[in-house]
Design a protein around this ligand. Structure first.
Ligand code: BTN
Length: 333
């Protein structure tokens, strides 16, 4: 998707960092008339961007925006491919759904949908995902991995690793933890979640949608009563919190490298990066699986993303493919 003229002007004003840029310069660089630049600036103002006109000097942004609009993002994102093109919605049912619609209309790998709020945000296992409008980071990334459908689900681990690596720039790394399969915890409470959805034709992957929600700003007490004691925000750990756009760029940059490793060598290459954040290794755990409770010592991640649990007494290590894991106080032989 070609960026709109307004986005392109925004990108150039963000890059100028508050220094005025003349209308003539913008027009010449973009190959349009000065009248078109003026129209683009008016459109930015209509969207709430404080663009000042300084006589004989040009246009400048008087305040930073959220950084999440495509033009702003293009000015700061340092990935090679991921995060472009981008679509920013003030409100949407679910960024995963919007990405699915866009994928159906031919969006390329790397396309990104961002939202300020979701009216039907979805979590794993049919749960809902709550957000604080304008303060949570909510996005979906479209991927078109050249892999058979059965090999794509472990991409969720690449995303979890990238989230932990990104958030470690702002919060104490020792407080971050990955809870199998893919929750990101901060101080033992959930700070981010991942919803990976896929469309396949037989064994051929059409596309994968990687939906991510990160509780960046705000206070956990603002979340619905049922989850407020289970969740946290980045802002509860660092003041002032990072901007949502900074977290997004850090994630996309970390994920791009994890994704490339994954495409080349599979999950194997990511295991050391994942284990860095897996704090249950060697610990007694209880896992509620669809087939019952398994107790033992957590060994780590198996080659396809299963959780390996040593139940002791010389029994073979159990491979668990679905379930909820928690620390256990039961002694394991
Ligand atoms: C979970 O932990 O249950 C996964 C939560 C995933 C939430 C994100 S928010 C952006 C994207 N759109 C959705 O509807 N869900 C994901």
């Amino acid at each position: 998707m070609v960026p709109t003229l307004a986005d392109e002007i925004l990108r150039r004003l963000v890059e100028a960092g508050g220094t005025p840029v003349s209308g003539q310069h913008l027009a010449a660089r973009m190959g349009v008339t000065r009248a078109a630049v003026w129209k683009g600036v008016e459109s930015l103002r209509g969207h709430g961007y404080p663009v000042e006109s300084l006589p004989a000097r040009g246009y400048r942004l008087t305040q930073q925006g959220s950084g999440l609009r495509p033009g702003e993002l293009a000015a700061t994102l340092r990935t090679r491919r991921l995060g472009r093109p981008a679509r920013h919605c003030s409100s949407v049912d679910s960024t995963n759904r919007e990405a699915e619609r866009w994928a159906g209309a031919g969006a390329p790998e790397g396309a990104l949908v961002l939202a300020e709020r979701q009216t039907a945000g979805r979590g794993r296992l049919g749960r809902t995902w709550a957000d604080l409008p304008g303060r949570s980071l909510l996005f979906s990334l479209l991927l078109r991995p050249p892999l058979p459908a059965a090999q794509t689900p472990p991409l969720t681990f690449a995303a979890a690793v990238a989230l932990a690596e990104a958030l470690a720039r702002w919060v104490p790394p020792q407080a971050l933890e990955l809870k199998w399969p893919n929750d990101v915890l901060l101080g033992g409470r959930k700070v981010a979640g991942i919803l990976l959805e896929m469309r396949a034709e037989g064994q051929r992957t059409e596309h994968v949608i990687l939906g991510v929600g990160v509780n960046v700003e705000g206070d956990p007490a603002e979340y619905p009563t049922a989850i407020r004691d289970l969740c946290t925000t980045v802002a509860a750990w660092t003041c002032p919190p990072p901007r949502r756009s900074e977290v997004l760029c850090a994630f996309l940059e970390a994920f791009e490298s994890a994704y490339e490793d994954f495409l080349q060598t599979g999950l194997e290459a990511l295991l050391p990066r994942w284990h860095r954040w897996f704090r249950l290794q060697g610990q007694a755990v209880r896992v509620q699986t669809p087939g019952g409770t398994v107790e033992g010592r957590a060994v780590g991640l198996g080659p396809t993303g299963s959780l390996l649990v040593d139940t002791g007494k010389g029994a073979p290590v159990r491979e668990i493919f679905a379930g909820d894991v928690e620390r256990s106080t039961t002694r394991v032989p």
